[in-house]
Design a protein around this ligand. Structure first.
Ligand code: ADP
Ligand code: MG
Ligand code: MG
Length: 887
């Protein structure tokens, strides 16, 4: 294998081999830009070194050859006593990685060559010793592992002795003394002198760069950023140029346009008489790049020229690092620059206008996460803020409100027009109404897939969960922070769902212009960001194959989803329609002892549900609305057994025995399940409680008939949950057909409707070909399908062991957040193939949390689903990602 590449041999497309820095140095070299000559030791060499604990065979010879060539080119030998060649040794992995060793400059200096360097610089001893002390400092701390503070303290001491804070005030004697002290410090700390042999210096730095790949900080960073551990880093060896030889020299960093807003202009910082990291280290005040025009117009013009050239060449925003040596400009680094979400959208459109990229490329240059970022309201970070706790950033946004500790108060206060934050230890389905009423939700327990988190994300409510430093006292209506601060019901707090922070009091919030635009606020149209976003969205809509629907259970949510571009509802859950005051009616149904009692209970529920559906069908008129028949375990509609038992016992004791209550208690006991998620739920309820699904179907179809009579165009799609066999489906479907016929007979209207099923059990996947005989559509319930496939209880595993799994890299991200394409994804692929084999026009969609997750959306597109459905707030994100997937 070849391990070493001259800069002229590489290109920007060789990042795997040469690392990002090396690949781009090569690219600039080949563009004819002024890059000091040098060469790159490949990541192959690093991997081999790390695997065997020593440099691979042949590497030393190759380095010799390239060093030789470099010396020939420069006319000087590395570290030679009279006029030495010096080099920088610079790490550079495929992805830039803080936590790894970066760079050692001025390699090749020693007690002799420092005088040669001075002679080269026309006798400038100060400059030579300044460079030498820098080498000792960088070598000592990064290669020899001595705490950098040891050197900084010494430098500060010398400066203090001179009575200055500016390193430029140190004279040659100071620097020479510093060099001596640094060498002594190295001996004290390592027991060995600083290596005087230039080639030994070089080899030691290269080895240290390789080793730095495995430092703890680097490993942690890779883990967080999902960067594989086996890439390794490249090492760049580059002839030194000097920005520290006087005021006609200097070093700087620049962007080809503003990375925060995307605005074109001159952005960067410059520091005279400085080297390397001085610019960013804040040792002296830098000047804005624009000032360079006054200081050195020739270099300035050349730099701007080069930046324009780079932007055209890379067709993107770039950043650069450069050095000026006595009026001569040198380019030392470039790369595609990181940018804010706002800049990403603006720059993508600007580049289209400059005809550097087309719209397809433009939508690939932005992503759903950036769009989401632009949609959240945010706290003003300049405002004064008192942080009281930090939890998990479960559902983004910035919410301010008065603290309430229970669902009823949340509803009551919200009805009075108060903005409230619902604070709970954890939430359960009983808290739903409170969650709907609240602006934000804060819990002290549970992770990112806890009930609170999932529901909040679904509703677009801001949520911070698992803020475990808070002690919540629901009965006492107050909470206490770790520092002992008490917060009582009615006190104002602010929660940031993007960062997980919780603040005392009211932090000012700024509204998202982009959301106002989606909501139809025309005053936003003049805004440049809004214009860029809508241009990108239009193109995404034109490009995408998949439709995007919303998960919505209320007319309000449906209407909002529609404004956000939803093309129908992919999941309307009906269980919410059994809660609140209707809970009593459900109890009657469950307690019914005769068919008559059961009928009576159902008859009371029917008109209420019908009204719900009329509103939703109206909001989505003309578009498909997939309505799922009741799904959750029955016990969710019944009181808690323990609570009820206590209550009954109390009543009995006081002689107020209540038979209905006793009956209820017995029923609750009878219906108790050890494992409700695997118990009596979904289609099983429909089969066991006669009339329940028929009632729901009737409510839906009567609502549709009413809509038709009112001149509307309803398209309900009735969806049966948790089906495992076609027999289950057929039983329920027969009831629905019967109901439809009755309604047609009664009203003369036969509304357009479909009946289909959710695919959320592995068995349903395997039987998909059969089920498709009867079902007109499939909707993949990826939450349950993930849960059932992995055997993970969604409500438990996150808090108990997901942390360990993520840490050990068993998965990089929770399979509940982003679809597990290897496992669950293959099941979906199978069901799609077999379903379509039976029924070629089978309509296919997905309605789990994954429907709004960018990576998952790309997978759904690939396997050929017709639509994804997600919460209303994620609809624009799904539209964008579906477009990107097609572009
Ligand atoms: P990082 O990855 O931290 O940016 P670099 O390898 O880019 O590390 O080095 C940091 C800085 O050191 C550069 O921005 C540049 O100012 C300086 N530097 C690196 N190589 C040279 C060189 N050959 N000549 C002069 N300065 C250099
Ligand atoms: Mg750095
Ligand atoms: Mg750099």
């Amino acid at each position: 294998t070849k391990y070493v590449y001259d800069f002229s041999e590489g290109s920007k497309d060789l990042k795997d081999l040469l690392g990002g820095k090396g690949a781009n140095l090569a690219e600039m070299t080949n563009l004819g830009l002024p890059v000091p000559p040098g060469f790159t030791i490949s990541t192959d060499a690093c991997r081999a070194y790390l695997e065997h604990g020593q440099a691979p065979e042949g590497l030393a010879e190759e380095v010799d050859e390239h060093l030789d060539a470099l010396e020939q080119k420069m006319g000087r030998r590395l570290g030679q006593a009279d006029g030495p060649l010096l080099v920088s040794v610079r790490s550079g992995a495929k992805f830039s990685m803080p936590g790894m060793m970066d760079t050692v400059l001025d390699v090749g200096l020693n007690d002799d060559s420092v005088h040669g360097l001075a002679a080269l610089a026309g006798g400038d001893k100060r400059f030579a010793f300044d460079s030498y002390r820098r080498l000792l400092q960088m070598f000592g701390s990064t290669v020899l592992g001595i705490d950098a503070k040891v050197f900084h303290d010494e430098l500060d001491r010398v400066k203090a002795h001179r009575g200055t804070r500016n390193d430029l005030d140190l004279n040659v004697d100071d620097l020479e003394a510093l060099v001596t002290t640094y060498q002594e410090l190295i001996v004290t700390h390592t027991g060995r002198p600083f290596p005087q042999n230039p080639r030994e210096q070089l080899d030691m730095v290269v080895g240290a760069v390789f080793d730095s790949w495995n430092t703890e900080r680097a490993t942690i960073y890779r883990h967080e950023e999902h960067i594989p551990n086996n890439l390794g880093t490249a090492v760049n060896i580059c002839a030194m140029v000097f920005g520290n030889g006087g005021m006609d020299s200097g070093t700087g960093v620049a962007f080809t346009r503003d990375p925060a807003s995307g605005a074109q202009g001159v952005y960067g910082d410059y520091l005279q008489d400085a080297q390397g990291e001085d610019v960013v280290a804040g040792i002296r005040n830098t000047v804005p790049l624009a000032d360079l025009e006054q200081l050195d117009k020739t270099s300035y013009d050349q730099l701007l020229d080069i930046m324009a050239k780079l932007e055209t060449h890379y067709r993107d925003l770039c950043d650069v690092e450069f050095t000026i040596e006595h009026g001569k400009l040198w380019m030392l680094q470039t790369r595609i620059a990181k940018r804010t979400a706002e800049a990403a959208f603006r720059i993508a459109c600007q580049l289209v206008d400059q005809q550097l990229i087309d719209m397809h490329e433009a939508i690939r240059r932005v992503n759903g996460a950036q769009l989401a970022n632009l949609m959240f309201p945010r706290f003003d970070t300049h405002a004064e803020r008192v942080l009281i706790a930090t939890g998990m950033n479960a559902s983004p946004g910035a919410a301010v409100g008065k603290v309430v500790f229970d669902s009823e108060s949340a509803v009551e206060w919200a009805e009075r027009g108060e903005s409230v934050i619902l604070v709970r230890r954890e939430t359960n389905p009983d808290d739903l109404r409170g969650m709907v009423a609240a602006t934000g939700i804060l819990t002290s327990r549970g992770g990112k897939t806890s009930h609170a988190a999932v529901v909040a994300r679904g509703m677009g409510r801001t949520c911070v969960c698992g803020a475990d430093s808070l002690t919540i006292d629901v009965k006492g209506r107050r909470m206490r922070t770790r520092d002992g601060v008490e917060i009582a019901e009615g006190d104002l707090i602010s929660i940031d769902g993007t960062t997980g922070e919780v603040f005392a009091g009211e932090v000012p919030v700024a509204d998202s212009l982009v959301v106002r635009h989606f909501e139809g606020d025309e005053t936003t149209t003049g805004d440049e960001l809004v214009a860029a976003v809508s241009r990108i969205m239009e193109h995404a809509d034109r490009t995408r194959r998949m439709a995007v629907r919303a998960n919505a259970d209320t007319p309000e949510d449906a209407a909002r989803a529609r404004r956000f571009g939803a093309q129908g509802i992919g999941l309307c859950r009906t269980e919410h329609m059994f809660l609140g005051e209707r809970k009593a009616l459900v109890e009657n149904l469950i307690l019914a002892e005769s068919p008559e009692e059961q009928q009576a209970a159902l008859a009371e529920l029917l008109p209420r549900q019908r009204d719900d559906f009329v509103g939703i069908l109206e909001a989505m008129d003309g578009l498909p609305v997939t309505i799922r028949l009741i799904d959750p375990p029955l016990h969710e509609f019944l009181p808690d057994y323990a609570d009820l038992a206590v209550e009954v016992a109390l009543h009995d004791e006081r002689g107020k025995r209540d038979t209905k209550e006793h009956k209820l208690l017995e029923t609750v006991k009878r219906l108790h399940e050890v494992n409700p998620m695997l118990g009596l739920r979904g289609v099983r309820l429909g089969i066991v409680i006669p009339g329940l699904f028929a009632m729901q179907a009737r409510a839906i179809l009567e609502a549709a008939a009413l809509r038709v009579q009112a001149g509307g165009h309803p398209h309900p799609e009735i969806m049966i949950p948790l089906v495992a066999t076609v027999q289950e489906f057929e039983l329920v479907c027969a009831d629905i057909t019967k109901v439809a016929a009755e309604i047609e007979a009664d009203t003369g209207v036969r509304p357009d409707y479909k009946v289909g099923t959710m695919i959320e059990l592995p068995r349903a996947v395997m039987a998909a070909g059969e089920i498709a005989r009867a079902a007109e559509f499939f909707s993949f319930g990826t939450n349950d399908l993930t849960q059932m496939t992995w055997g993970f209880s969604r409500d438990d595993v996150e808090a108990s062991f997901f942390g360990t799994y993520l840490e050990k890299g068993i998965f990089a991200v929770s399979p509940f957040e982003s679809l597990d394409t290897q496992g669950v994804g293959q099941l979906i692929r199978y069901a799609v193939e077999h379903g379509r084999a039976t029924r070629p026009d089978l309509h296919l969609g997905v309605c789990g949390e994954h429907g709004g997750d960018p990576d998952s959306i790309h997978f759904f597109d690939e396997v050929g689903l017709d639509y994804v459905s997600c919460s209303p707030f994620r609809v624009p994100i799904a539209r964008l990602e579906a477009g990107r997937s097609g572009a």
